[in-house]
Design a protein around this ligand. Structure first.
Ligand code: PXP
Length: 256
């Protein structure tokens, strides 16, 4: 089982202020030190979080491997082909959505044509390919027909299921899809909406070899890191001299 950490959410916080922190490139280093097997990023067409600078720097600095999520659209496929990441996952993209809603609609011939063209280009670049799909038999058949190496099963319905029975039904759907996909020769990944509380049953499903998790990990990082961050800021504030002659005269405390 590989754990890939999605760092888009770090970039989302940065973009809320259009500043340079927190930097997803630094977050990727820490995720790798924490044991991430790979770094997942989604270069959206509207660049709402990860941007071109991030992708290029991450391509140079990530030591594990990048799972590059992208729409099957030429401008972003051009970038993926140029950088040739370890893996690319094609996802559907709608501008008005808050996050990726549902898997690729492979029942549509025009979507399939777009995906097929992107897959050909990514494969020629030497990148492993994956398709983000709902845990649905038709989507799995189409994915195998299109020649993708892997599918990422969308776990959002499972994550959002309210009652136990509903959640058990969604888990069974994922299990069936994993079995079918494996039988079709596809590698099976899963992700979206997975948390510290709900991940174990998914991680325990047969054939699933990679999980992509972002929001829950970044959310926890804010909480487990907040106390230390406040303590450090307080030490700086309390260490300020009574009167600072000019802003340039401030020197960071030793060890900061
Ligand atoms: N997989 C895909 C294809 C996604 O689009 C996302 C969300 O960016 C994830 C996994 C990670 O989802 P979450 O942030 O809810 O863990």
């Amino acid at each position: 089982m590989r754990l890939y950490i999605n760092i888009d959410h770090v970039a989302t916080v940065r973009q809320a202020r259009r500043t340079d922190e927190p930097d997803p490139v630094r977050a990727a280093v820490l995720a790798e030190l924490g044991g991430a097997d790979g770094i997942t990023i989604h270069l959206r067409e509207d660049r709402r979080h990860i941007n071109d600078r991030d992708v290029r720097l991450l391509a140079e600095t990530v030591r594990t491997g990048i799972n590059f999520e992208l729409a099957a659209a030429d401008p972003v496929v051009d970038i993926a082909v140029e950088l040739a990441p370890m893996q690319a996952t094609l996802v559907p993209e709608k501008r008005e959505e808050v996050t990726t809603e549902g898997g690729l609609n492979l029942a549509s011939a025009s979507v399939r044509d777009g995906v097929a063209a992107a897959l050909r280009r990514l494969e020629a670049a030497g990148t492993r390919t994956s398709l983000f799909i709902d845990p649905d038999p038709d989507a799995l058949e189409h994915s195998a027909g299109l020649g993708a190496h892997a599918v990422e099963l969308h776990t959002g319905e499972y994550a959002n299921a309210g009652r136990d029975a509903e959640r058990a039904a969604e888990l069974a759907r994922l299990a069936t899809a994993a079995e079918l996909g494996h039988g079709l020769g596809l590698a099976i990944h899963a992700g979206h909406g997975l948390t510290y509380e709900n991940v174990v049953p998914v991680a325990a499903l047969p054939h699933i070899e990679e999980l992509n998790i972002g929001h829950s990990v970044v959310s926890r990082a804010v909480l487990v890191g907040l106390e230390r961050a406040v303590r450090e800021m307080k030490a700086i504030v309390l260490g300020a001299p009574d009167r600072v002659p000019s802003p340039g005269a401030w020197v960071p405390p030793k060890g900061f």
